[in-house]
Design a binder for this molecule. Structure first.
Ligand code: NI
Length: 159
């Protein structure tokens, strides 16, 4: 496994719509392992494949409750609302205030290509929304109320 280069805002790859993953391959398994390595190395709680330059619908998340892989994820239910700080490993040193649903249910495939449904609240719900947006070429900048602000390394809550 290896740490991959994280693409930053301004890179075209972050604006593209990603393709569904039709089957698990060795190449995709290696990608997922590398995404976790890259995400943990950067102290992020989530990473989407386009952030390492791969236009596939794959997300890795760990909000401190263990690693989650989502392949071809879809949001199937949301409720409530939360407004809070959001960051992105593709926009280092910045954060913004973003309103998201407080509860999100996703349907996806796991690493064995089995269908799973996961529920998240608060940070996990935010991570589901943020990372799935990346798969459709969306970054949180357009959702940040009042634009982005600088954050120090100690308070960074990057996703
Ligand atoms: Ni992000």
């Amino acid at each position: 496994m290896a740490i991959r280069k994280i693409r930053e805002l301004g890179d075209d790859v972050l604006t593209k719509t990603c393709k569904s993953v039709p089957k698990m391959t060795l190449r995709t398994k290696i990608l997922i392992g590398d995404m976790f390595d890259t995400m943990y190395h950067a102290a992020g709680v989530g990473l989407a494949a386009p952030q390492v330059g791969v236009l596939k619908r794959i997300v890795t998340i760990d909000v401190g409750e263990g690693p989650i892989v989502l392949i071809n994820p879809e949001i199937i239910e949301t409720s409530g609302e939360q407004t809070g700080e959001e960051g992105c490993l593709s926009i280092p040193g910045k954060a913004g205030t973003v309103t998201r649903p407080n509860y999100v249910k996703v349907r996806a495939l796991n690493e064995d290509m089995e269908e799973i449904e996961l529920e998240g609240e608060e940070l996990l719900a935010r991570a589901f929304c943020h990372e799935i947006d990346h798969l459709d070429g969306k970054v949180y900048v357009e959702l940040a109320e009042g634009g982005l602000y600088d954050v120090t390394a100690e308070t960074e809550g990057e996703e």
